[in-house]
Unconditional design. Structure first.
Length: 258
């Protein structure tokens, strides 16, 4: 049986790493199943937002180190750094929003999977960290790229160099976590947030999301021009009608429901 579950609820899907006995550690077989689940989400035009979580009381303890010398369970490694990430989907550039729902530990490769998400919802008992520091296992699933972009270089170096545990409250203070919930509530909160994101006009939201990611590596001038060019089709398709709604009285005084 697959250690990855894929559940659909309307326009939201939930992808679950289902190996709680090993704290949802990911071997090569699970990594491939994870990547396939993400590609399924990307390819399904009816799905708008995905939620990634782990079964039981742990998000993901990282790569399953017992699989590194097992030919049947090994992860994918390429000397040129290409191909799939060892954790599966970590080198994908997703075109739709992903939210991570974190209970317990999200460490090493598990932290890197959480960093793939646009938003992270963590239970107040969550612990995030580069725990692989102590075993001589490098971050090769996006951690050295995404972590500094999410929390800034200072916070990132503090985590990368020391491998120390970071609790949910501190993670929220540095911007690593967007919301903190009571223990056992991270998934429900993340799914609620996913439905909220999925309810907005999608062309506009996706255009803004794309522009925010695309601006990395661009000069300010190029990024501003790209933003304008990228957003114009959405403005014509959705913004004009939305402006008419606002002019007609919708959305006044903080009331956004139809």
């Amino acid at each position: 049986m697959s250690a990855v579950l894929f559940d659909v609820d309307g326009v939201v899907c939930t992808i679950t790493i289902d190996n709680p006995k090993r704290r949802n550690a990911v071997d090569g077989v699970t990594a491939r199943a994870l990547k396939e689940a993400f590609l399924r989400f990307e390819a399904d035009a009816d799905l708008r937002v995905a939620v990634l979580t782990g079964a039981g009381d742990c998000f993901c303890a990282g790569a399953d180190l017992t699989s590194l010398d097992d030919p049947q369970r090994q992860h994918e490694f390429r000397e040129d750094g290409g191909g799939a990430g060892p954790m599966g989907p970590s080198r994908l550039a997703l075109n739709k929003p992903l939210i991570a729902a974190i209970e317990g530990y999200a460490v090493a490769g598990g932290l890197e999977l959480a960093l793939l998400a646009d938003l992270r919802v963590a239970a107040d008992n969550a612990v995030l960290g580069v725990f692989c520091r102590r075993w001589g296992v490098p971050l090769i699933d996006g951690g050295t790229v995404r972590l500094p972009r999410v929390v800034g270089m200072g916070h990132a170096m503090g985590m990368i160099l020391t491998g120390r545990p970071v609790g949910a409250q501190e993670a929220q203070s540095m911007g690593l976590v967007n919301r903190v919930t009571a223990a056992g509530q991270a998934l429900l909160s993340a799914q609620s947030l996913a439905r909220q994101v999925a309810s907005f006009p999608q062309l506009c939201m996706l255009a803004d999301r794309h522009s925010a990611y695309a601006q990395w590596g661009m000069s300010v001038g190029d990024a501003l021009r790209h933003e304008g060019k990228n957003g114009l089709p959405a403005l014509h398709a959705e913004g004009v009608g939305g402006a008419r709604q606002f002019a007609g009285g919708a959305g006044r005084h903080g009331q956004f429901a139809d």
